[in-house]
Design a protein around this ligand. Structure first.
Ligand SMILES: Nc1nc2c(c(=O)[nH]1)N[C@H]1C(S)=C(S)[C@@H](COP(=O)(O)O)O[C@H]1N2
Ligand SMILES: [Mo]
Length: 553
């Protein structure tokens, strides 16, 4: 007797997994249950060698760049989410094929037991993977496990049911006696089978769409954070008045990026697919040491109020990701408010041999900062506000650290604990092959050749404003030069920056000439050091090279 084979098995399991994922997504959005593909992705990634991760990131970035997808951080997250979903689909396609093959061996029709077992065999490992290591859900463990196992049991049952349906239709199509018209019956039932699969596809698609839609509505709702005083932070527009450089004489060339980045447009890079949503009521910042017997002693346990009560400090800061490409969009500027780490440490009884702080984030991220650095630099701070509002969830609520002159990878968000060490250890990305120091490399970028905004100088000469940014971490920028069509470097005007730690906006009014022209830019940091002009990729120490754009005027 003909029975549904492995191809049908894979197809059915794949179809049934779409609504399964949609309902899981809904559960994540409404109740904070795990979304299995994300937990799977994150844990697989954490056990993947750094070299493979770097290659994957590079591939993803070059796809994003080739397809000109912006903003690139959002598309990178979508890419990672898709990888998680593809992993799950590959697993269920293979599992579904094996399940049908297994069912083929059964003597008698089975109503649900094999399906339930199948659901458990697939569901338990995926559930466990989501419970161990890095966790990306907020609901409690027991309820989450019950929820996931329940869903997988239902899913296994549905696979069993579909198998029986298909078997029944195939059995009908077996000629019991020679039919009057050979093949007629078989044809009718092939159509039935196809109709069943189409109906199954339609039903799964409907549940998937509804689940995903309701889920994303719920997710949007829950991403609006209510803060202690009940106000809801709006999508902030950068305040234009009262900026420290509001008297700056150099005006940005039209088309230059915003000097201050609206908080809701600040680039986002982290290892979490669901940003940790920390409840301030239960949050404290413990400082601990690990004793020789492995036990831990608490040196302090600070509450948010303790930190907010310390002298506060405002700093305009440009932060960049070490993975940012030359002229990439993983760089932003905002005003931080926080407490100097020197002040914070006055509240902690430091052991005499302490040398480093190991700072951990709620997502499993970690990095160190040396006490030497903190003692030398009072501007290293624990930040709690951006643009005068508590940090957004995605950007590290309730607290993150700023360390001057270093790329973002050295500066954990969502800080949940600090361990005091008497030696240094490698941080999350250092372990994976990135630069141990990760000092910001000087970069300069052409944002605009404002062909539509020709200006006329005192002598009546027509000039085209060219402009962009230059950045050298906390070293600031001393000089920017432009070269047009490979001719001599000429000095650009520098707009007074928001602070020594922000990018500097430069401008060069170029004498108009028709044709196609190439504009190259290079910058010197505050110590007078020219940026590295040879091209190097982002990995392992940050991209270098000259940015140039060609424009036809
Ligand atoms: N907890 C935590 N902190 C983190 C990271 C992370 O993955 N987890 N990523 C780091 C990296 S690589 C960068 S570039 C910055 C980005 O901060 P942003 O998302 O607020 O722009 O956060 C840093 N801090
Ligand atoms: Mo980064």
């Amino acid at each position: 007797m003909k029975k549904p084979g492995i191809v049908l098995g894979a197809l059915v399991a794949g179809l049934l997994t779409l609504p399964l994922l949609a309902v899981m997504f809904l559960g994540e959005a409404i109740a904070g249950f795990p979304f299995v593909p994300f937990g799977l992705f994150i844990n697989v990634r954490d056990y993947t060698p750094g070299g493979v991760i770097t290659k994957t990131i590079e591939t993803m970035q070059s796809v994003i760049r080739t397809l000109q997808l912006t903003p690139s951080d959002v598309w990178a997250k979508r890419g990672e989410e898709s990888i998680g979903i593809i992993m799950v689909l590959v697993i269920v396609l293979i599992a579904g094929a094996i399940f049908f093959r297994f069912m083929n061996r059964m003597e008698r029709r089975q109503e649900w037991i094999p399906g339930a077992i199948f659901g458990l065999i697939v569901g338990i490992p995926l559930t466990v993977v989501n419970m161990v290591g890095n966790q990306v859900f907020t609901a409690d463990h027991l309820t989450s496990v019950i929820w996931l196992i329940g869903l997988f049991l239902l899913w296994g049952y549905a696979n069993n049911w579909a198998y029986n349906k298909l078997t029944y239709q195939m059995a009908l199509s077996q000629p019991r006696q020679a039919p009057a018209v050979p093949g007629a019956k078989a044809e009718v039932n092939a159509i039935d089978r196809r109709r069943f699969l189409i109906q199954l596809g339609g039903a799964t698609a409907a549940i998937t769409v509804v689940g995903a839609f309701v889920g994303s509505m719920a997710a949007d709702q829950s991403s609006i954070r209510t803060i202690a005083d009940g106000s809801i932070p709006e999508a902030t527009e950068p305040p234009q008045a009262n900026l420290p450089n509001s008297n700056a004489s150099v005006v940005p060339a039209p088309g230059t990026r915003s000097e201050l980045t609206p908080v809701n447009q600040f680039y986002r890079i982290d290892i979490s697919l669901v940003p940790p949503d920390i409840d301030l009521a239960g949050w404290t910042l413990p400082f601990v040491i690990t004793n020789s017997d492995g036990s831990q002693t608490q040196l302090a346990n600070l509450k948010m109020d303790d930190i907010r009560k310390l002298p506060s400090m405002d700093q305009y800061i440009t932060q960049g990701c070490i993975s940012n490409q030359i002229a990439g969009d993983l760089i932003s500027t905002v005003k931080w408010t926080g407490a100097s780490m020197q002040e914070v440490l006055k509240l902690v009884k430091m052991p005499a041999d302490a040398t480093h702080l190991l700072i951990s984030g709620a997502d499993g991220f970690f990095e160190t900062v040396s006490l030497d650095l903190i003692n030398k630099d009072p501007t290293i701070m624990l930040g709690y506000d951006w643009d005068g509002q508590p940090l957004p969830t995605e950007h590290g609520f309730p607290i993150r650290i700023h360390v001057s002159d270093l790329y973002g990878m050295k500066q954990p968000k969502w800080i949940t604990g600090i361990e005091v060490l008497n030696h240094d250890v490698d941080g999350y990305w250092v372990v994976r092959g990135w630069d141990k120091v990760a000092q910001v490399r000087t970069v300069s970028v052409v944002d605009t050749v404002a062909t539509g905004s020709v200006v006329t100088d005192a002598g009546g000469k027509k000039l085209i404003p060219v402009g962009g940014i230059a950045w050298a971490g906390a070293r600031s920028i001393s000089k920017v030069e432009v070269s047009v069509d490979g001719s001599d470097w000429v000095q650009a005007q520098l707009r007074e920056p928001l602070s020594k730690k922000t990018w500097v906006i430069w401008r060069y009014d170029w004498p108009f000439a028709q044709g196609t022209h190439t504009f190259a830019v290079r910058a010197y940091d505050g110590t007078g050091q020219l940026q590295i002009t040879d091209s190097a990729p982002e990995h392992p120490s940050g991209a270098t090279g000259i940015h140039q754009v060609s424009v036809t005027v």
